[in-house]
Design a protein around this ligand. Structure first.
Ligand code: BES
Ligand code: ZN
Length: 460
């Protein structure tokens, strides 16, 4: 057991160096979904391996069929062991023209109230967040020469692209990676004052569908109406996915989706979520989706189906009277409770096939899947973490749900039998996945201090 006050003081006096390292990391274009950036992903993994080595971790970037996975260990201290997970990959930056700066030339901006934000792709999701943990370890090592508990770090590069390398890697290296608990810093605070531990996240099933009609693009005056138009075929199918009440119309889709347990419903009601502010912040005011469900319920505990991209026909400048040969769409389903991604995928494909006219063809491409996750917060580590966060932020930390997905959670549970504590310092206005992503310097600084307190609490 060691005194944490000098460690917290070290964090405060060395925050500029920590920020400098984060800015270096943000310059690496580690977009995992686009093969053009594979070299950058590899460079990013190497950067992390070197950085972890520099604070005494035994660390390396390990090859996988996809992007490398970084593993580091510093298990010199005895006691309750943790595996920290983060992802070094980031989302694509498009539409690039909406960024005020180059997404990979991060800047520190000062707001009118004097607070600072770090702007750049990955500033929040997840480079800024994962570095809060690494910097906390650095501070412990600098002050006390050792960590308070055994720590392993696992950083992957395919989280944002639904990559398949991690499940295989975890299964193959289970004994090496097993720890008493998992820690992840890739989620949000409840609000800027209130820290949160996320206890449930939705699963995901990603699909791409391609409809082919005529064997080439056609003149719409010569062939219009007579020839099947894949854009129309696809538009009709996509429209059919939801009924007039916003319910997803795929037969069996809601199997395994219970109503929210009353205890959780009461907990969430007590959070007093402001739905109009939530939509107002993105320029909207009318709730879409399932009628009769609250916004919080829709994003935390109801499954959804979203068309993430669609294409077909002429998309360039000007106008072209064309019947396209092909149309396609990218669709993702967020899953809750016991919904099985493979069952959903099968049901979706059957739903589409049933609606494709006989002389058009349809093909599908799979884009990743993962089940939803719920953690039993009974393990003492949850309460220890919650108290540590409460102490740092001066406000009672909340147990919350979350709408996004972090596929590794399920693998850690199934392959390694580990529960995971999801504690993150992102804010609702961080614009993750959007242009002009940012992370508050306050999130970064107090995030580092939070992990110092959590590591210490877990050693007691
Ligand atoms: N960090 C996010 C998920 C998140 C953000 C959870 C905020 C809770 C609060 C994560 O990196 C992410 O975006 N994941 C993808 C995963 C998918 C591509 C497999 C997602 O949710 O879309
Ligand atoms: Zn993330």
């Amino acid at each position: 057991m060691s005194d944490i006050n000098p460690v917290l003081a070290y964090v405060d006096t060395h925050i500029d160096e920590a920020l400098g390292r984060l800015l270096d990391l943000l310059r690496i274009k580690s977009i995992s979904t686009d093969p053009a950036f594979a070299k950058d992903c590899a460079a990013c993994a190497e950067w992390h391996a070197r950085d972890l080595q520099s604070i005494g971790f035994e660390a390396s970037a390990r090859k996988t069929p996809g992007h490398p996975i970084v593993v580091g260990h510093d298990r010199s201290a005895p006691g309750y062991s943790v595996l920290f997970y983060g992802h070094y990959d980031v989302q694509p930056v498009d539409p690039l023209e909406l960024w005020t700066h180059d997404p990979f030339e991060p800047v520190v901006e000062t707001r009118s109230d004097g607070t600072k934000i770090i702007r750049g792709r990955g500033a929040s999701d997840d480079k800024g967040q994962l570095m809060t943990f690494v910097e906390a370890c650095r501070a412990f090592k600098a002050v006390h020469g050792k960590l308070p508990i055994p720590v392993s770090v696992l950083l992957e590069g395919e989280e944002e692209s639904g990559g398949a390398s991690l499940p295989m890697f975890l299964a193959a290296n289970a004994a090496e990676l097993k720890a008493d608990i998992g820690l992840i810093c890739d989620t949000s605070m409840w609000d800027p004052r209130t820290p949160a531990i996320t206890t449930m996240l939705r699963g995901l099933c990603g699909e791409e569908v391609f409809i082919t009609g005529p064997d080439r693009d056609l003149h719409s005056g010569f062939y219009g109406s007579a020839a099947a138009n894949p854009n129309h075929v696809l538009a009709r199918i996509l429209a059919d996915l939801r009924d007039a009440d916003g319910r997803i119309a795929i037969p069996g889709f809601y199997d395994g989706v219970p109503e929210l347990p009353p205890v959780l419903r009461r907990q969430w009601e007590a959070l007093n979520f402001d739905a109009s502010a939530f939509l107002g912040a993105v320029g909207l005011s009318i709730p879409a989706g399932e009628k009769g469900r609250s916004a919080l319920e829709m994003v935390w505990s109801r499954p959804t189906c979203e068309i993430n991209g669609m294409g077909g026909g002429y998309q360039g400048e000007g106008f072209k009277t064309v019947i396209p040969s092909k149309a396609s769409a990218k669709i993702s389903f967020r899953l809750v409770f016991d919904q099985d991604p493979h069952v959903v995928r099968k049901a979706f494909r059957a739903f589409v096939k049933e609606r494709v006219p006989a002389d058009c063809t349809v093909e599908f491409k799979e884009h990743g899947s993962g089940k939803a996750i719920r953690f039993d917060i009974g393990a003492p580590a949850f309460e220890k973490t919650r108290r540590a966060l409460t102490e740092e932020w001066g406000a009672e930390a909340a147990y919350v749900g979350g709408g996004g997905s972090i596929p590794v959670n399920h693998e850690l549970k199934s392959a390694l039998g580990m529960d995971v504590i999801l504690a993150g310092f992102a804010l609702e206005d961080d614009r993750i996945h959007s242009p002009n992503e940012k992370y508050d310097l306050r999130s970064f600084h107090k995030g580092i201090r939070s992990w110092v307190r959590v590591l210490d609490a877990l050693s007691r």
